[in-house]
Design a protein around this ligand. Sequence first.
Ligand SMILES: Cc1ncc(COP(=O)(O)O)c(C=O)c1O
Length: 396
Amino acid sequence: MTYDFDKVIDRSNTYSFKYDVTKIFWPDTPDNCIPMSLADMDFVCPQPIIDAMHRVADFNLYAYTSALAAPGMIKAICRWWKDKYDTFIEPSSIKYVGKVMDGIANVLEAFTNVGDGVIIQRPVYSNFTGTVENRCHRTIVDNHLLSDGKGYYTMDFNDLEKKCSDPNNRVMILCSPANPVGRVWKKEELERVCEITRRHNVLLICDEIHADIRRKGVEFTSIFNAASDHSNIISFGGINKTFNCAGLHGAFAIIPDAFLRSRFDRINGMQSPTPFGIAAIEAGYNEGDEWLEQVNDYIDGNIDWVISFLHEKMPWVKCYKPEGTYILWIDFSACGLDPQEIHHRIFIRAAVRAGDGKSYDPTVTNAVQRFCIPFPRSIVKEAFERIAAAFSDINV
Ligand SMILES: Cc1ncc(COP(=O)(O)O)c(C=O)c1O
């Protein structure tokens, strides 16, 4: 079937984080604000998932459920990894977690102590910092990504070698694909990360939640296809981003090593997805291919539109075309305005909420902003037209 991603859906008063909570966090949010700071999509889910939700709802009873009683879900996950990434996953290595960040917090709890160093690569998803520092009371160790100055980021392997050789740093969290910088790491890059972490006995947590959203022709390499030895690797995947199902908590860990698995189990506990979550994972991974192909095409179109619009109307803005994710990491600093003024113009004058650069990387200013753009094209156009108007006095 053909999906209509141009359709504007009113999500207000649907318990939506993006629409119903923004004003609670930021009371000065303008009424007509377009919320582009949060990573979910304003698109309907795949029809097979919608149908599955109706089936579950019609059972009229929603008592305890267990991932252990859901072999169809596990089989669907394995099918997806094999078909999409050519990765063989042993069914017993899959552990339901619901939300990636809960799973990562459980790994930190299971394998590290308060104060231990956790390597991340900034700029990176801000919740990595929140989870490591505020939730788990571990210490951030930044293996900062290198930028070519135009927005293309690569890894600093010499620095990674140094950070991994420090015995205080027992864990690395890799964001693959990388939010917010949009890299889909090449196999050679991942091989080096695997080799360095393995040699220094550093546990590698690989967050692959954005794996399925990529530009046409960009290949994703699962961490298990880059590593020759899986005994220090825990990856996370799920339907939360892929099929716009974050509200169903459809994430899981993949832990091939039996020892790591048993230690993780002790903290992770019961593995109790809701019946909706189980049914959505199964339906999405068995039958969601067609929707995913269409949504990726649509997101490609949004990204191309924004980049060419910025090129034409605000040529001084730096915006690298991301290889993966639906996220744009946009640098407005060349206009010369104070970062707070840039933030103000985007958020208050243009009424577009983006993510402040500083929360992804304390070494940049809020002149850099993160935009999630999986919206109907008309909304994306409206947002960036308003931003261009808010900077119309700037000539660089
Ligand atoms: C890289 C990354 N990991 C994890 C998450 C959050 O996933 P979850 O809602 O499953 O905790 C996000 C959400 O934006 C993300 O970008």
